[in-house]
Design a protein around this ligand. Structure first.
Ligand code: AOF
Ligand code: ZN
Length: 343
């Protein structure tokens, strides 16, 4: 991919405008089948149009910035946080919209990793526009970390959340398990749910704990857009199961194969999934190499007996242990939230 960025005299000015495009992109939350994208149009040193992508099915950032600029787009430079798309999906190709509007130069942030949409920069160049990229690519990619992973791997980024005692247990010998983590940790769980496109649990957990699997506020209300609730397994749920209430959409996937679940979610546009249990389902995803991140809430309790927070992984010897890199440590009172990413 040709890029003149390292030698371009205007790099500081490009970065300043790109930062404005990144801020526009960040105006909406990341959860959506589509990426967050911002666009600033500049002519004769002045901003003449701004736009951002509000979510799947709505105009792309470039198209909304062009509408904002009207005739002033002619001869302008477009700063776009993601390489303009070259495909017709839910909307038309942005490279055509930019060309028809008479934009002369395009400065983009992240190269489009989406196989069906990428390559727009090269086409624009072949049409005689000046194309510069990738400017502030790391910042641009960070806006859409899960989306970038998902379109490159054709499955959602998977975060496995569990709560455990200091000795790694999720229930006492008599089966009692409420509550292991404290109230602050439980508020954070709802934040993590809010960041996910889907929440996954097994039918066993749905039957045993009757969870809502919704993202709730600290006062208990179901607030804002809800992740898709996904129940995995063949066991039948009673009609009055909480996970089947109308607070959010729910699907049941009749399989025990984690890859099948993720394929189904990918097809539905889910870019990030929160796996909530129980121990056997989490372990099945983990053993299949399909957990990208572990979120462990560790509580200051010891049980010495009882159910392990993590089911069998098929590991018989230390050298076969799954290995992780520490990503974040956050304290919630006497609980600690550990986030590890797969090595
Ligand atoms: C966006 N917003 O501002 C840009 C995108 O399903 P579609 O037709 O909306 O196409 C989505 C793809 O288009 C997306 O995955 C990405 O590759 C490309 N560019 N997408 O949602 C935008 N510029
Ligand atoms: Zn587009």
């Amino acid at each position: 991919m040709s890029s003149q960025l390292s030698t371009h005299a205007d790099t500081p000015a490009f970065e300043q405008r790109m930062r404005a495009a990144l801020e526009l992109a960040a105006r909406r939350p990341a959860v959506d089948p589509n990426p967050r994208v911002g666009c600033v149009l500049e002519r004769d040193g002045a901003v003449v149009g701004r736009g951002w992508h509000a979510g799947a099915g709505t105009p792309h950032a470039e198209v909304s910035a062009l509408a904002d600029a009207g005739e002033l787009a002619r001869g302008a430079t477009a700063y776009v946080s993601l390489e303009p798309c070259a495909h017709t999906g839910r909307t038309g190709p942005c490279i055509d919209a930019l060309t028809e509007a008479g934009v002369r130069r395009v400065v983009f942030g992240q190269h489009d990793p989406n196989p069906v949409a990428q390559g727009g920069g090269e086409v624009l160049r072949s049409r005689g526009l000046e194309v510069v990229g990738a400017v502030l690519a790391d910042e641009a990619r960070a806006l859409n970390e899960h989306w970038t992973f998902a379109v490159s791997h054709e499955r959602p980024w998977v975060r496995w959340k569990f709560a455990a005692t200091l000795d790694g247990r999720s229930a006492a010998a008599d089966g009692s398990s409420q509550w292991i983590s404290n109230a602050l940790s439980r508020v954070d769980v709802h934040e993590q749910r809010r960041l996910a496109g889907a929440i996954i649990a097994g039918t066993g957990t749905a039957l045993a704990d009757d969870p809502h699997l919704t993202a709730r506020s600290s006062t208990g209300g179901v607030a804002g857009p809800q992740p898709l609730r996904v129940v995995v397994g063949d066991r039948e749920l009673p009609a009055d199961a909480r996970v089947l209430d109308d607070a959010a959409a729910t699907i049941q996937v009749h399989t025990h194969d984690p890859a099948v679940v993720l394929k189904e979610l990918h097809a539905r546009g889910v870019r990030s999934a929160l796996l909530e249990g129980g121990p056997t389902l989490g372990a099945a995803f983990c053993a299949a190499g399909l957990v990208d991140e572990v979120i462990a809430y560790v509580a200051p309790l010891m049980l010495g007996a009882g159910r392990s927070a993590v089911g069998p992984l098929g590991v018989g010897t230390l050298s076969d242990a799954t290995a992780w890199t520490l990503y974040d440590v956050t304290r919630f009172g006497d609980d600690v939230r550990l986030i590890y990413r797969r090595k």
